[in-house]
Write a protein that binds this ligand. Structure first.
Ligand code: PLP
Length: 457
C-alpha cells in the first residue's frame, strides 16, 4: 500500500464521457408513466418540464455520452476532487481494513450536486430555456443549481422544504447570493401549496410537496420555465458517474481495488455516481465488489419500502415510475435531522437492489452523528449529515474486518461537507437528537394511495 496521503488526478484526467449504466443493465427498464393516464410517457409530456437533450439522455441506452468541452471547462473549477485514505480513522478504529473516501465536498457548493446542476443548466441554456424551477430539502441541491444557473444566466425559483428553510437560513442566503428566489414550501404561490396551507397553515413541507410546487410552476408557465430535479432520474445519476470513473483511476494509483463501495442514498445520485462504474466492472470485467447503499432508518425506502409503481411527487403531477417507495404521501418526521427524506428511490437503483446487484442497509440518526464526529476528529472534515450515513456504514465494515482479522478495502463517497449543518450538529451535541423508529403505520397508510397500474404483460 502506498504511503501517499492524497491521490490527485490532473485536469486532463477529468472523464470525457459520462457512463450510462442502462447500456449494461441486466434488468429490463420499466416504463415511465404519465400521472393522469398511467400510460407510458411520450417525449411531448416530458418536454413541458425538460429540454430535449436531457430527455434524450434520460431514455438513452448508449454506454457513454460525451461531456461537452464547455461543460468540462466548468467541471475543472473543482474536478477531479481528491481520493484520500482515511489513515487516521483506520488507526482510531484499530482496524486492518483500508478505508478510502472520495471527497465531493470540495465543489464550490459543498457537495456532489454541481456535477449535474452544471450539466442541467448547460443543456437548458442550449435548449433556449430562460428560467428554471426546482425544489430543495436541506439546501445542497438548491445551492448547486443556484450557482450553475448564474453561470449560464438563467433565472431560478427554489421551493425549499419549510422545516429546512427555517432551520438553515445560511443555505437560503447562499442561494440568494447567486440570485435565486427561494420560497418556504408549501407556499401560497401554487394551487397545490394553497390547498395544503388551507388544511394546515403549519404544514412543515416535504420533498414530495416541494417537487409538486416546482413542477406546477413550470408546467403552468406556458413554456417560460422548465423544471430541474437533483436526483432520481437516469440522466442525473449519469452526470454523477464522473465520481466513480475518477475513483477507479485513483484506486489504481493507490494500488488497491475496493472490496466494498459505500454511498448514502436520498434519491440515489451520489451513490450511483460512485458505484455504477464499479457495477460495470462487476458486470463486465469479473470484479466482485460489494455495493452498499445506506439510508436513514427514519425514511427507509430501500430496506422497508415496496418495489412498485408510484408517483414521484405528492400532488401526482410528475411521472410515475417503478421504484422502492414508502408511498408518495409519506412525510418523514421533522425531527429527523439527517437529510435523505425522499419517499422513493431512483428506478435504476431500485431495480438493481431488487435484482441483488446492490445491497442496502438503514442506520439510525444518533449512530450516524456519532460516526460523523468520529470522522471529523480523525480526518478534520465535518461531514454533511447525509454523507455521514455512508461513514457509519464504512466504520461498521472496518470494525467487522477487525473482528474477523481481515484485510478489507473500503471506499466510500463523502458527498459533501456539513459546514451549513450546524443546527443538526447542535441538536446532536446538546443531546436533543433522538432516534426515530421507522413509522410503519404512516407508511402503511401511504401505501394505500399507490396508483393502480395495469400494463400489458
Ligand atoms: C451532501 C448530500 N449527500 C447526499 C444527498 C442525497 O442525495 P442523492 O441520493 O441524490 O445523492 C444529499 C441530498 O440533498 C446531499 O445534500
Amino acid at each position: 500500500m502506498s504511503e501517499q496521503t492524497r491521490f490527485l488526478l490532473n485536469e486532463s484526467d477529468l472523464p470525457k464521457f459520462w457512463y450510462n449504466v442502462m447500456a449494461d443493465s441486466p434488468v429490463a427498464p420499466n416504463p415511465v408513466l404519465r400521472p393522469d393516464t398511467l400510460e407510458p410517457v411520450t417525449p411531448d409530456f416530458l418536454s413541458v418540464l425538460f429540454p430535449m437533450e436531457l430527455i434524450m439522455q434520460e431514455v438513452s441506452t448508449e454506454q457513454y455520452i460525451e461531456i461537452p468541452e464547455e461543460l468540462r471547462k466548468i467541471y475543472k473549477l473543482y474536478r477531479p476532487p481528491p481520493l484520500l485514505p482515511a489513515r487516521r480513522l483506520e488507526k482510531a478504529l484499530g482496524t486492518p481494513a483500508h478505508i478510502y473516501y472520495k471527497y465531493e465536498g470540495v465543489s464550490p457548493a459543498g457537495s456532489h450536486k454541481p456535477n449535474t446542476a452544471i450539466a442541467q443548466a448547460f443543456y437548458n441554456k442550449v435548449g433556449g430555456t430562460k428560467a428554471l424551477t426546482t425544489e430543495t430539502g436541506a439546501g445542497q441541491w438548491g445551492s448547486a443549481l443556484a450557482m450553475a444557473c448564474k453561470m449560464f444566466d438563467l433565472d431560478l425559483e427554489v421551493y425549499m422544504v419549510k422545516v429546512s428553510y427555517n432551520q438553515k437560513p445560511y443555505r437560503r442566503i447562499f442561494m440568494q447570493t447567486f440570485g435565486a428566489q427561494v420560497y418556504a414550501s408549501p407556499t401560497g404561490r401554487t394551487n397545490y401549496g394553497r390547498s395544503l396551507l388551507e388544511q394546515d397553515p403549519d404544514n412543515p413541507g416535504s420533498l414530495g410537496i416541494a417537487i409538486s410546487e416546482a413542477v406546477e410552476v413550470a408546467a403552468t408557465s406556458g413554456g417560460a420555465k422548465k423544471y430541474s430535479l437533483g436526483s432520481v432520474l437516469n440522466h442525473v445519476l449519469m452526470h454523477q458517474s464522473v465520481i466513480g470513473e475518477e475513483a477507479l483511476k485513483q484506486m489504481d494509483m493507490a494500488g488497491e481495488y475496493p472490496d466494498v463501495v459505500i454511498g448514502c442514498t436520498g434519491g440515489g445520485s451520489n451513490f450511483a455516481g460512485i458505484a455504477y462504474p464499479f457495477l460495470r466492472e462487476n458486470l463486465k470485467n469479473g470484479q466482485r465488489t460489494r455495493l452498499l447503499a445506506v439510508e436513514p432508518s427514519a425514511s427507509p425506502s430501500l430496506t422497508k419500502g415496496t418495489f412498485t409503481f408510484d408517483y414521484g411527487d405528492t400532488a401526482k403531477m410528475g411521472p410515475v415510475v417503478k421504484m422502492h417507495t414508502l408511498g408518495h404521501g409519506f412525510v418523514p418526521p421533522s425531527i429527523h435531522a439527517g437529510g435523505l427524506r425522499y419517499h422513493g428511490m431512483a428506478p435504476s437503483m431500485s431495480a438493481f437492489v431488487d435484482a441483488g446487484l446492490i445491497d442496502a442497509v438503514a442506520v439510525p440518526q444518533k449512530a450516524t452523528f456519532e460516526a460523523a464526529i468520529q470522522f471529523a476528529h480523525a480526518e478534520g472534515i465535518v461531514p454533511a449529515p447525509e454523507s455521514s450515513h455512508a461513514i457509519r456504514a464504512a466504520i461498521e465494515e472496518a470494525l467487522d474486518a477487525k473482528a474477523k482479522d481481515e484485510k478489507r478495502v473500503i471506499l466510500f463517497n463523502l458527498s459533501g461537507h456539513g459546514n451549513f449543518d450546524m443546527a443538526a450538529y447542535d441538536s446532536y451535541l446538546s443531546g436533543k437528537l433522538e432516534d426515530y423508529e421507522y413509522p410503519a403505520e404512516d407508511v402503511e397508510a401511504a401505501m394505500k394511495e399507490l396508483p393502480q397500474v395495469n400494463l400489458p404483460a
